[in-house]
Design a binder for this molecule. Structure first.
Ligand SMILES: O=C(O)CCC(=O)C(=O)O
Length: 287
């Protein structure tokens, strides 16, 4: 896999809350340095430590279907994955790498209560965060990946161990990302496009020129504003924590550019939720 850092993303060293708010109001992603590298998690979370502390904990693991990687037209469809399975953390860590799977979106406090004390919850938002742990694998045959999608939350995405290659696209025109509108079970926040091999005949409006690409290093935190599209691939075996914060009405006055994105995207969501029988609108509205 080609790994190419791109300096088109802003980097800020340990901003104060006020500085964070000033920068984030531009509604652009940026990287926060010199914060997560001071957490105990950054120093401690080796495989040995994790197995010792919580090796017997059951964790949710997503398995990729056999043809997943060759069938990118189905990328945004939930049926491209097997349902999550519960396995012991130690079995996930020690798997022989013939399994193509990803321990993703595990709720930190529920699945790993033993690890919570190793993390300093960021205080840039005056509200509760929902914290998820992602433990990705990378070998020469397989790299765990989250396909192109967006979330309707603010995300402070902390890279604890190993690296991730991240592609970001601004939320310009919802339909130019080709969400699976025709499918009642599709993820309306997902894209059918594989940004690593864009097929411009199938997806002519895809805004490939807008790509921001970089490798998130251990100890760095990415601030990802709501509705920004992202595609995430493991570079190494790695662990990340995402701190999601729901959007409040006041945020539309702070991040003014987000209002037009919301007003553009919400009607598509509502229309397809109703007429294609796709009910993900209610998740979208969890603002
Ligand atoms: O790390 C990943 O694989 C995806 C993370 C993500 O999509 C998120 O935090 O919203």
């Amino acid at each position: 896999m080609k790994v190419q850092a791109n300096e088109s993303i802003l980097r800020i060293k340990s901003p104060s809350k006020k500085e964070f708010s000033e920068i984030a109001k531009q509604y652009q992603p940026f990287i926060i340095e010199d914060v997560a590298n001071h957490w105990d998690a950054y120093q401690r979370w080796s495989n040995d430590y994790l197995i010792k502390k919580c090796g017997n904990n059951l964790v949710p693991v997503r398995f990729y279907k056999k043809d997943f990687w060759n069938d990118y037209q189905n990328f945004a469809y939930e049926r491209s994955y097997e349902p999550h399975k519960e396995i012991k953390l130690q079995d996930y860590i020690n798997n022989d790498r013939t399994l193509e799977c990803y321990l993703n979106e595990a709720i930190l406090e529920e699945r790993f209560p033993e690890l919570v004390g190793d993390v300093v919850y960021p205080q840039y938002f005056n509200r509760k965060s929902f914290v998820r742990l992602w433990f990705g694998l990378a070998s020469k045959n397989f790299t765990s990946n989250s396909s192109l999608h967006f979330d309707a939350e603010h995300n402070l995405f902390a890279q604890i161990r190993g690296r991730k290659r991240i592609l970001l696209y601004p939320p310009i025109d919802y339909l130019s990302f080709y969400p699976p509108l025709e499918d009642a079970t599709g993820a309306l926040y997902g894209s059918k496009v594989n940004p690593d091999a864009v097929d411009l005949e199938l997806f002519p409006k895809f805004p490939w020129q807008e790509k921001i690409e970089f490798v998130l290093q251990p100890g760095e935190i990415l601030y990802l504003p709501p509705f920004w599209w992202h595609h995430v691939t493991a570079v190494d075996d790695n662990i990340s924590l995402s701190f999601w914060y729901g959007v409040k009405i006041a945020d539309f006055f702070w991040q003014k550019k987000m209002l037009s994105v919301f007003l553009h995207t919400a009607p598509h969501y509502l229309y397809h939720s109703i007429f294609a029988g796709n009910f993900s609108f209610w998740n979208f509205l969890k603002l």
